[in-house]
Write a protein that binds this ligand. Structure first.
Ligand SMILES: [Fe+2]
Ligand SMILES: [Fe+2]
Length: 292
């Protein structure tokens, strides 16, 4: 594979740098002044709830990581324990506080590890399987963080347009700044693993099959109600106007790493399929049913 060789040391340097550059955002540091709470809630209330919930689900994501990767490597451990979890949980707590300020109910994160994960975790005690789950874990992380970067960019813009500078500058802006480093970690980790040549062709094949079967958009937890809400978020952010463009943004990395043999593939079909499903569910059901 082309590109510079990504060593564990390089990834560790990245992780340590993130830790130094971006301490978790203290709740006390943000300015929760909202000029027009009713309008922010009307326009972005469901987005805020979705993002707060997904961020708060980081604690489940950590449990999943421990289930999926019984022999977690030091660099992964330092990332999730010292950088990722402490940052994400603050994102969740701050966004949730903001949504309750607006008079909305607090988010209800799903904190239970699913049976599917537990089964995959049990299989991961076999080293060759664990290497596959490791790759899938990094790809999921990369896809999720990329979606977060795009969502927070759009959210910041929307709030600035509304003149809600305080929360745009002190809440969504600083959160947005921390997401690209997470994406970079997962991207480097996935790329490094594929580059290492440790995965045999049958493992890459199985990784592709599992990924095709299990791909989910960020925070949908394979549940219809969250898929519908994701459709609502995409609609509010305008991502539904060009699904191919959005699929390219989210699916580019795995097209390159997992489907390298399909030259010129811009994104895997399952990414577009998941996006379409969310958009269609939202068109059909709207958010009333999704939040009920
Ligand atoms: Fe986050
Ligand atoms: Fe993140």
């Amino acid at each position: 594979m082309a590109g510079p060789v990504i060593t564990q040391q390089k990834i560790m340097d990245h992780v340590l740098r993130l830790g130094e550059l971006y301490p978790p955002i203290p709740l006390g540091s943000v300015d929760r002044t909202v000029k027009n709470p009713a309008e922010v809630s009307r326009r972005f209330g469901h987005v805020l709830d979705y993002l707060a919930r997904v961020e708060l689900e980081v604690d489940r994501n950590v449990l999943e990581l421990l289930v999926l990767l019984p022999d977690v490597e030091e660099v992964d451990r330092v990332f999730y324990a010292d950088v990722w979890q402490p940052q994400e949980i603050q994102h969740g707590l701050i966004l949730d506080r903001l949504q309750t300020d607006l008079g909305q109910p607090p988010a209800e994160p799903v904190l239970e590890v699913s049976m599917k994960m537990k089964i995959l975790g049990a299989l991961s005690h076999l080293r060759p399987i664990q290497d596959i789950t490791r790759l899938l874990y990094y790809l999921t992380g990369a896809s999720t963080e990329r979606q977060a970067v795009i969502a927070y960019n759009s959210f910041t813009k929307g709030l600035v347009e509304m003149g809600e500078d305080a929360i745009a500058k002190t809440i969504v802006g600083p959160i947005k700044q921390q997401e690209p480093g997470h994406f970079a970690f997962y991207k480097m980790s996935a790329t490094g693993l594929v580059q290492s040549g440790r995965l045999k062709p049958w493992q890459m094949y199985l990784a592709r099959q599992l990924r095709s079967l299990s791909y989910n958009l960020a925070g949908t937890n394979a549940m219809e109600r969250y898929k519908t809400q994701m459709g609502g978020l995409m609609h509010t952010m305008g991502f539904d106007a060009d699904l191919h463009a959005y699929a390219r943004e989210v699916g580019r990395l795995e097209a390159k790493l997992l489907w390298a043999h399909r030259q010129g593939l811009e994104f895997p079909q399952y990414v577009l399929k998941a996006l379409r499903e969310s958009v269609e569910l939202y068109a059909e059901k709207g958010l009333g049913a999704a939040t009920a």
